[in-house]
Design a protein around this ligand. Sequence first.
Ligand code: HEC
Ligand code: HEC
Length: 293
Amino acid sequence: MTDGAHPHIDPKTGKSTTGHEWDGIRELNTPLPRWWLWTFYACILWAFGYWLLYPAWPLVHGATQGLLGWHARSAVVEDLKQLQTLRAPSIDKLQAASLSDIEKTPDLLEIARAQGSALFANNCAPCHGAGGQGAKGYPNLNADRWLWGGTLKDIQATITHGARWDADPATHSSLMPSFGRDGILKPAEIRATANYVRSLSGLKTDPGADLALGRKTFADNCAPCHGSQGKGNKEMGAPNLTTRVWLYGNRLSDIVNRITVGGGGQMPAWGEKLTGEQIKALTVFVHSLGGGQ
Ligand code: HEC
Ligand code: HEC
């Protein structure tokens, strides 16, 4: 029931009602506050403006483009362009300078280290560890013990062409023979040689190990790559066996296993993936890790 044209006043609150009534319950007439209404209208206006200016309405293929021509992707491209213009001067400087000049010039060194460290974290850390400390089979780049040499030039070559990376014809390719698996040496000779190898870095040898046999086997089979003193040869990628740093471990069983299976680790070539400046930055960064020659 309604009260027709005459507003009904609620006796409890003294306010007028809308005139709607359900089972004797009447609705108080409480209009929306003015500030709220105006905000609401303003939002609607703003939305219309937005629809017109920015990409908004989904269509069958894509969406309305908006009058401003703004695009999420072009915004990112613009940001990247700005970043590149910011960086370009430092990249140009790396391009022009030689590796040793970069190391000798403090501000170039700083640029190279900063770039190298970011590139290292993204590309190299998964294998070589966050700090270049390496892991079994992945060389420690902080130690002054190199497979392929630790000069700036050596490091640049290894990063560019990798090791045993078939896709790159200039890759380091020498390989340690599988002396045990291919039957070149007998188990007793292998054991004796492994003991002799441990003695080269002052590690304990088996009681009763035949070091004389080990020395002779080493001279005949291993010296061509590892050197007569076992000090290694970077042309062959053969590590120095007289230091305390080991790629595959220095327990007798580790060394016996190496001599038995031989072979070598694989390092990807980065020459195709990274620019010359990026490789320069990485080279200087790796060289400055502490083990550079
Ligand atoms: C997929 C794993 C892997 C990745 C990724 C990788 N490396 Fe290597 N790296 C190796 C292995 C394995 C070796 C050892 C190769 C060998 O046994 O001869 C190596 C060797 C090296 C050497 C030579 C060390 C020496 O003793 O002569 C340098 C320098 C090097 N890596 C730098 C880098 C840099 C810089 C990057 C990143 C751009 C990188 N590596 C990425 C696996 C990797
Ligand atoms: C054709 C060259 C060549 C000959 C010959 C050779 N090696 Fe090697 N050796 C290598 C190379 C290359 C590596 C490094 C493997 C790698 O990078 O993964 C290596 C690695 C090793 C290692 C592992 C060192 C570590 O840090 O863990 C040992 C041990 C070793 N050789 C012992 C020997 C002994 C003993 C002989 C002789 C019986 C021998 N090698 C003969 C090339 C050679």
